[in-house]
Design a protein. Structure first.
Length: 96
């Protein structure tokens, strides 16, 4: 998974769980099981970044607290989703 996608996905998971601890546990499990770089220190750091590690505090928001929020508008502004989807859906890419 591209790191920018991991960050967006991780930020969404924070909102879907009752506690940050539960979200972190599920995110780490899914990342380690399904990402090619799962269990890699850089991958772990990418998951931890979603919870504020190696990032400066942000304004206090409901659900996220002082952790930086990320939304779809920001993703579209900073990431070429069309090119990413074309690459991961290219013929022969996902064939078994």
């Amino acid at each position: 998974m591209h790191n920018y996608m991991r960050m967006y996905w991780g930020k969404r998971l924070i909102a879907w769980f009752a506690s940050p601890e539960e979200a972190f546990s599920v995110m780490l499990y899914l990342n380690n099981k399904y990402s090619l770089d799962g269990r890699d220190p850089n991958s772990f750091a990418g998951v931890a970044w979603c919870f504020g590690m190696h990032d400066r505090p942000w304004m206090n928001r409901e659900i996220y607290g002082m952790v930086r929020y990320m939304n779809m508008a920001g993703l579209k502004r900073k990431f070429d989703m069309g090119a990413y989807l074309a690459k991961v859906n290219a013929p022969g890419r996902n064939d078994a």
